[in-house]
Design a protein around this ligand. Structure first.
Ligand code: SF4
Length: 360
């Protein structure tokens, strides 16, 4: 049995790998990359077959955040030039969410910038959730509104929210290096609050923030301990105008190793390939589908993704199927590491907050 057979066997039994095994995935050689992907695929296949779940982001309040998360284009003092608008109206939110559903999304994620919502903000979002769920009772709704106060998670659940997203983002040890206005423990507490209120917990990470392999394993293990149903894995989009501008530390191979490590640590969680996939995985995106079972369709919160039609074509080309509602199918050398690709980051100028149609 190879070391990859051993870690895959544990994952197939929902056993946590040893820390050294998780680190070995991140440290594996390029020559082993396809073996790593194949081992992770065995786990993905057991729990999710060849299905891909599509999720759709609606940025219901963009920019103007008082917090200082170093990676975020919406942070206080950001000069990234992203769209800035206050709470969208219910009709706008429902229309945007419906565009995602029409594109094949099974979950819509209503995301607002800010440290956390007031009770009035929560009522606003609840009105949108109720309105959307009346039209689409079969589509999941995830809210992502920041740190929650007493009672807010229960109110969201009562309005029909399925899930709550709040990412840990990085390890507890690295957290002070990416944010000074709130703490790692605040994030952990909100994930627990949401879970305790009956919301499906969604919590993940961002890679490329200057973290070490140990940090990545720490955050993956911390996520496992929280028991999230879904784990979004983001890759830093290094916006100009933010403290992490120009930080292009990731290669496509490293992204695949990170995804595989998360799959081994959280074997039966919905591992979602999230922001930054196009610009960091680039032509290796289809390989990632062998590890993750979920992606975002279309655009991200403040940057544009590839066209929704390209997402669907990629899924079909790689031999996977979109989760219901079914959508018809429409080098050995490593690439240079840390190459800047600023031309690949496009500020979103369409969809919510604009008069242009959404990218679906
Ligand atoms: S990640 Fe959230 S809390 Fe942090 S700056 Fe961005 S919008 Fe604000």
């Amino acid at each position: 049995m190879t070391w990859l057979d051993a870690i895959a066997a544990k994952a197939l039994n929902r056993e946590l790998p040893a820390r050294a095994e998780a680190l070995a995935v991140l440290a594996s050689a390029d020559d082993e990359l396809l073996d790593v992907v194949a081992a992770a695929f065995r786990v993905r296949r057991q729990f999710f077959g060849r299905r891909v779940k599509l999720n759709y982001l609606v940025n219901v309040k963009s920019g103007l955040c008082p917090e200082d998360c170093f990676y975020c284009s919406q942070r206080a003092g950001s000069s990234a030039g992203v769209l800035k608008y206050t709470w969208l109206k219910t009709a706008e939110i429902v229309a945007s969410a419906q565009a995602g559903v029409a594109g094949g999304a099974r979950r819509v994620c209503l995301v607002a910038s800010g440290r956390g919502p007031t009770d009035r903000d929560v009522e606003r979002v609840c009105e949108s959730i109720e309105s959307f769920r009346r039209r689409h009772p079969d589509i999941e709704v995830c809210a992502c509104l920041g740190l929650l106060s007493d009672g807010q998670a229960r109110r969201l659940r009562q309005a029909g929210a399925t899930a709550y997203n709040h990412n840990l983002n990085t390890s507890g040890g690295h957290y002070a290096g990416i944010c000074t206005t709130h703490e790692y423990a605040d994030r952990v507490a909100t994930v627990i609050t949401a879970k305790d209120a009956g919301l499906s917990p969604c919590s993940g990470l961002i890679a490329g923030l200057g973290e070490t392999d140990e940090d990545l394993v720490d955050v993956a293990f911390a996520l496992r301990a929280l028991g999230p149903d879904s784990v979004p894995v983001n890759f830093l989009i290094p916006f100009d105008g933010t403290p992490l501008a120009g930080q292009w530390d990731l290669t496509p191979q490293r992204c695949l190793r990170i995804l595989a490590m998360v799959r081994f640590v959280c074997p039966d969680a919905e591992v979602r390939l999230a922001g930054g996939r196009e610009i960091h995985l680039r032509t290796l995106q289809p390989l990632a589908l062998h590890i993750v079972n979920s992606i975002f369709l279309g655009d991200y919160l403040t940057s544009e993704g590839q066209p929704g039609s390209a997402d669907l074509a990629m899924i079909a080309d790689a031999g996977f199927t979109v989760e219901p509602p079914a959508v018809p199918a429409a080098a050995s050398a490593s690439p240079a590491p840390a190459t800047p690709h600023p031309d690949l980051v496009h500020i979103r100028r369409r969809g919510p907050g604009t008069s242009l149609p959404a990218n679906t």
